[in-house]
Each structure stands twice: as structure tokens, then as C-alpha cells.
Design a protein around this ligand. Structure first.
Ligand code: NAD
Length: 356
């Protein structure tokens, strides 16, 4: 017996909106029943893709067949669309960054609560396999205790698109890629942040950052460097991490990488000195071949379910959300602190809203 699927409308049928339609396509209990976009061109694209194009946002809100609204518009209007959706009795899946400030997000959460509806933020990069490999290494101590995480994404194309260049739309790389990379690290490292230093880059002369660096120190001894660049014609690896037993690297999204660990089965072997530049060094000489073991990376540590399966279970009261609003709030709070640290040129303490 085929039971009726839960109806979803995508608001904002641009790049990511149309990707959502693909993500939901084969879901067993969710169905895209239409889209709404302010641009006629995008409404036509929706029809061409086989999805009804609603003529107004009001029409979406008034349609009882719509159970959930996916928000995939530029960042500045997520909040307004979400509040209207909750007031019309709809659940919301919202693109990242969920909104531009902690205060705005608190309004969204309280409106969802008042309506008795679900708000789930699409932090889809919690499902990235490169991240899930590092998460397994962190949890399972594959190279000992991970104490240093370097997470980078580097491009050379500047900031893409139109609205991403503008502050009023919530543009800039900290809000765009930053929210993903920060979310990953906080999802993995279960410890309070004790200090933060943030730096923004404005190489391209835009009014918003074209990249940033954030250094986080956690109470449990882990330190993390998170870096996004759009002016990097030569890129550094996606991940470089150090553990008490070794070092690991993931080059890129093809998951190419390795770990190299101390070989505890052999007596400590002194390295042979090498010529380095105009000098001689033993300290920086490569370890002798027998002193280390090179291994393949472990398999990614998979989440309990996909984002959309989890969402369906959440709205039916059958599961806890994998992306929790308290976690989203904490990341937004961290982003505000990075802006503040960068502006003041100072390291910040006592800002984290971690709750053990
Ligand atoms: P985009 O510019 O390609 O698409 C945005 C669409 O929203 C456009 O078609 C625009 O006409 C429409 N729009 C604007 N205002 C609207 C309104 N009031 N009502 C209805 N439609 C409206 O942008 P994008 O790259 O698709 O980004 C959209 C959102 O998705 C952003 O929040 C972005 O951060 C997020 N995003 C997430 C990921 C991810 O992997 N999670 C990837 C890309 C983008």
C-alpha cells in the first residue's frame, strides 16, 4: 500500500534550491510538490524540471498540502520566510547560515516552538566523507589523541555570485563556507572553547570577507585552525591533523590521503643528519624508514541516517534531530565572536555557549 508522502515546497529555486529537489527525489516519505521563486525565469526553470511553480509566497503558505518549506534564498531573508512559515503551521528546513545573528536565530527558534513545528538547519557537510574520516580518527584515536586540527578550503576564484559579495544579503566567506567548517569542528570536539583569534581577509576589495582564519583552543587541549580562502592559486590540503602517535592528511574531496605514525615495535632509531639549506640538521631529517608506519585512512564514520531521512523521522516524532538548534546557535555565536575578534584585533575568551 502506498501511503501519501509529506509535501515540501522549496522557496528560492536557485543553485541550491534545485539541488534540494534532487536530494529529496528518491526519498521514501518526503516529496517536493512545488517551488516558489521571485524570479519568473526560475519559476519557468522549476516547471521545466517538473515542479509546480507557485505564483506567490502567500499561495505556498495557504496550501494545506504543504507540510514543510525548504528555504534556499539568500541569507538575509531566511528569518522572515521561516517566521511566516511557522505562523502558517509549516515545518522548516533552512539553508545555512540559518540567519545572520544569534538574536535573529533565537526569534526563529521561539516561533517554531510557539507553532509546535520543527526547524532544522541544512548543515549537510556533517555528511562529508572527508570530515567523517577525521571524525572517526578523532573518536577512535587512530593516530593517538588528535590535538591539532587544520581544516581548510582554498579556491582561487574570489567570491562567486552576486549576493555573496554584499553585506546586506549576508555575504562573505565566514558566513558561507565558514559556517560549515566551524560546525564540523564543534560537532566533533565535545569541549568548551577557551580562546579564539579571528582574522578576515579583504584582498579582493569587497565589502565582505573573501576568506578568514580562526584559531580555536579547547578546554580538552585540542587546537583547531579553520581557514577559508578564495585567493589561493596553490591550495593546501583539506585536512592536516596531528595526533599523539602520528600525522594524517586528506588532500581534497577525492579523499586522497594517508596517515604516518611512529612505529612502536622498533627501538627508537636516531635519524641520520642531512644537509638542509646552508646548514646541517638531525632534528629535521626524515625519520628512518623503519621508525614509521604509513597507513591508509579509515573508512568514514557514517551518521545514523541521511539528513532527509532524519528530518522525516523528526517530524513524525521518531528521532532526535542530527542537527540540533542548540548546536546551530553555538556556531552562530562563534561566528559573531570571530567578527568581533577580527575587528578588535584581539584574542577572545569566555564567549562560548558550550553546555556539557
Ligand atoms: P542562488 O542565488 O543561486 O539562489 C537563490 C534564489 O532565491 C534565486 O533564484 C532568487 O531569485 C531566489 N529568491 C531571492 N529572494 C527570494 C524570495 N524572497 N522568495 C523566493 N525566492 C527568492 O543562491 P544559492 O547559491 O542557491 O544559495 C541559496 C541558499 O543556499 C543560501 O543560504 C546559501 O548559503 C545556501 N547554500 C547552501 C549550500 C550547502 O551546501 N548547504 C550550497 C550552496 C548554497
Amino acid at each position: 500500500v502506498e501511503s501519501k508522502k509529506h509535501g515540501i515546497v522549496i522557496v528560492g529555486y536557485g543553485g541550491m534550491g534545485s539541488y534540494h529537489a534532487k536530494l529529496v527525489k528518491d526519498n521514501q516519505s518526503l516529496e517536493i510538490i512545488g517551488t516558489y521563486d521571485i524570479l519568473e525565469e526560475r519559476r519557468n526553470a522549476s516547471v521545466a524540471d517538473g515542479y509546480k511553480a507557485y505564483e506567490s509566497f502567500e499561495q505556498v503558505l495557504n496550501d494545506p498540502a504543504v507540510g514543510t518549506i525548504i528555504i534556499a534564498t539568500p541569507n538575509d531573508i531566511h528569518k522572515e520566510i521561516a517566521v511566516n512559515a511557522f505562523r502558517a503551521g509549516k515545518h522548516v528546513i533552512c539553508e545555512k547560515p540559518v540567519t545572520l545573528s544569534v538574536a535573529d536565530f533565537e526569534v526563529m527558534v521561539s516561533e517554531a516552538k510557539a507553532a509546535g513545528k520543527t526547524l532544522m538547519v541544512h548543515q549537510n557537510r556533517r555528511w562529508d566523507e572527508d570530515f567523517l574520516i577525521i571524525k572517526r580518527m578523532y573518536n577512535e584515536r587512530t593516530i593517538g589523541d588528535l590535538f591539532r586540527l587544520e581544516s581548510r578550503v582554498h579556491g582561487a576564484n574570489g567570491i562567486p555570485g552576486d549576493w555573496r559579495h554584499m553585506k546586506e544579503f549576508g555575504g562573505g566567506m565566514l558566513l558561507d563556507w565558514g559556517v560549515h567548517l566551524l560546525d564540523q569542528v564543534l560537532y566533533m570536539v565535545d569541549s568548551k572553547i577557551t580562546s579564539l583569534t579571528g582574522r578576515l581577509s579583504f584582498i579582493m576589495g569587497n565589502e565582505v570577507d573573501d576568506g578568514f582564519e580562526a584559531t580555536l583552543e579547547f578546554e580538552n587541549g585540542v587546537s583547531a585552525l579553520i581557514e577559508v580562502g578564495t585567493t589561493n592559486f596553490i591550495t593546501l590540503p583539506r585536512w592536516y591533523v596531528k595526533g599523539t602517535e602520528g600525522t594524517a592528511i586528506i588532500e581534497d574531496w577525492s579523499l586522497k590521503g594517508k596517515s604516518v605514525c611512529r612505529n612502536n615495535d622498533v627501538e627508537k632509531i636516531e635519524p641520520t643528519p642531512i644537509r638542509a639549506g646552508a646548514g646541517l640538521t638531525k632534528t629535521m631529517a626524515p625519520p628512518s624508514e623503519k621508525a614509521t608506519i604509513t597507513k591508509e585512512l579509515p573508512e568514514p564514520l557514517q551518521n545514523a541516517s541521511s539528513f532527509f531521512d532524519n528530518f522525516a523521522a523528526v517530524i513524525h516524532g521518531e528521532a532526535e534531530p542530527i542537527v540540533k538548534n542548540d548546536e546551530v546557535l553555538r556556531v552562530l555565536n562563534l561566528i559573531e565572536a570571530i567578527f568581533e575578534s577580527a575587528e578588535k584585533g584581539e584574542t577572545l575568551h569566555n564567549f562560548d555557549i558550550y553546555s556539557a
